[in-house]
Design a protein around this ligand. Structure first.
Ligand code: MG
Ligand code: ZN
Length: 463
């Protein structure tokens, strides 16, 4: 314990002067990192990394085991957008701050408050001769990756953003060499087949995870693995798909000039919006595996910088609730299906104790089982008012039953784990910043999201 405090103090004292060197004097170009990897856990406020520690804990040992996040925590980031949007950011303004160093309004993708394009660190890296890539678990044209690759007044213009990935060039070249994530519905459209266009321009195209192994290095690659976002980690054929895609991307991008790679654990945020702790922990586990891979990568390639943060927190996650001094993640550790899938199956198939125990992968109490059956038949208020959907007598169509069932499943899990939520949207709490590798000490302390971008620009060689 003492030892680790001393280590932090000595790192802190080193940092205060090197931060000055970086901001005021620039740093000698021969010491700049060759590769820069930016990792965003969308919605990953501090409660998520704390919850993940207890989720990840081995209950057989006395100690609470350290997570990959714990090993690299350096500070916090403020996330507020431009003044006109108040203090609570969305993912577009948050990512635009992180990508360009410019505060903008909620919904803005790579543009300032006047809707003018602002250069992003990914674009700057490209002008420096580096290869670039994005690896995400959302659609690749979703707000976060789009704010590194595109410029649009609204994150909702999904097709325009997808088109821009093909149409906007830097010095006649594509901005990106690798893109992995979801998005068939925007790249394979009736009015435009962007997949064909990319293939025609020399991109390798894959649409199954198994094909990630077959990608030829040093040749651009587009991998789209689903219509929109990828399935929840808990439901996906490869639960650690972000780490698998990341491995393939780093292999593909390696070259003499180095690379800039954006990685996003996109769906931590969606777990937060849905107030779904089981899904959120599944996504956190995928991100943690990705960071463990990056630790090993940096050990082999010490001239690589990895910066990890969130764009904001989501859901007001509370690690314990209801006046009780307990958070009980035990049941979360063994989920085989997402609560969303569990709810679908409970809606569409007969609920028996055996089937429900199989779906949750733990034994439900008689009360829990009865609650699920009651919600399904919509015969009475089986859920507290805030969880219930309208008048249960009116639950007639399957999608309403399905929604009610999803709420019931999450309610059951929250009660069992004693998890709390205060919002279905974003909150303005500062988010953790982690960094390791070349020049990682630059990120110690409180960094506004725009400051993180400014430091990355400098580390990429901008004067
Ligand atoms: Mg996102
Ligand atoms: Zn969100």
């Amino acid at each position: 314990m003492k030892k680790s405090i001393l280590a932090v103090v000595s790192v802190l004292s080193v940092s205060s002067c090197s931060t000055h060197t970086l901001i005021d004097d620039g740093i000698p170009s021969n010491t700049l990192p060759k590769n820069v990897i930016m990792v965003i856990g969308d919605g990953m406020g501090p409660a998520y990394t704390s919850a993940y520690r207890y989720y990840h804990d081995n209950p057989i040992t006395q100690e609470v085991e350290e997570t990959v996040f714990d090993r690299h925590l350096l500070g916090l980031s403020s996330t507020y957008p431009a003044a006109e949007s108040g203090y609570v950011t969305d993912s577009a303004a948050g990512a635009t701050g992180l990508s360009s160093g410019v505060k903008s309004y909620n919904g803005a993708v790579g543009v300032d408050v006047n809707k003018k394009a602002v250069q992003t660190v990914l674009e700057f890296a490209k002008t420096q001769g580096k290869k670039t890539g994005v690896v995400v678990t959302s659609r690749i044209n979703h707000a976060t990756p789009a704010s590194y690759l595109s410029h649009n007044e609204s994150r909702q213009n999904y097709n325009e953003i997808a088109d821009s990935y093909y149409d906007e060039k830097i010095n006649g070249h594509f901005k990106m060499d690798v893109m992995f994530g979801g998005g068939w519905k925007h790249f394979l459209r009736d009015d435009r087949n962007l997949v064909e266009e990319f293939k025609h321009s020399g991109f390798q195209y894959i649409d199954k995870y198994e094909q990630l192994d077959t990608i030829i290095p040093n040749q651009p690659a587009l991998g789209l693995f689903s219509d929109g976002g990828l399935p929840w980690a808990l439901d996906d054929s490869i639960p650690h798909r972000l780490s698998v895609m990341t491995k393939a991307a780093t292999k593909n991008l390696e070259n003499k000039q180095g690379f800039f790679l954006l990685i996003e654990g996109s769906q931590i945020d969606w777990g937060g919006h849905n107030n779904d702790i089981a899904a959120a922990m599944g996504e956190m586990d995928d991100l943690a595996k990705t960071l463990e891979y990056l630790e090993a990568y940096v050990a082999k390639n010490p001239n690589t910088l990895v910066v990890v943060t969130a764009d904001h927190s989501t859901g007001g996650l509370s690690v314990a609730a209801n006046g009780i001094y307990k958070w009980k993640p035990e049941s979360l550790r063994s989920f085989q299906y997402s609560p969303h899938t569990i709810a679908n199956r409970l809606t569409n198939e007969d609920i028996t104790a055996k089937f429900a125990n199989f779906l949750f992968n733990f034994d439900l109490t008689g009360e829990e089982l009865e609650m699920l059956i009651t919600v399904k038949h919509g015969t009475q208020n089986a859920l507290p008012e805030k969880e219930a959907i309208g008048n249960p007598y009116q639950i007639k169509n399957v999608s309403n039953v399905n929604q009610a069932m999803y709420k019931a499943v999450k309610y059951l899990i929250d009660q069992k784990t004693n998890t709390g939520w205060t919002s279905s949207a974003h909150t303005a709490i500062d988010v953790p910043v982690f960094s390791f590798g070349s020049h990682s000490h630059e990120f110690i302390g409180l960094n506004d999201n725009t400051k993180i971008a400014k430091k990355i620009f400098t580390l990429l060689g901008r004067k």
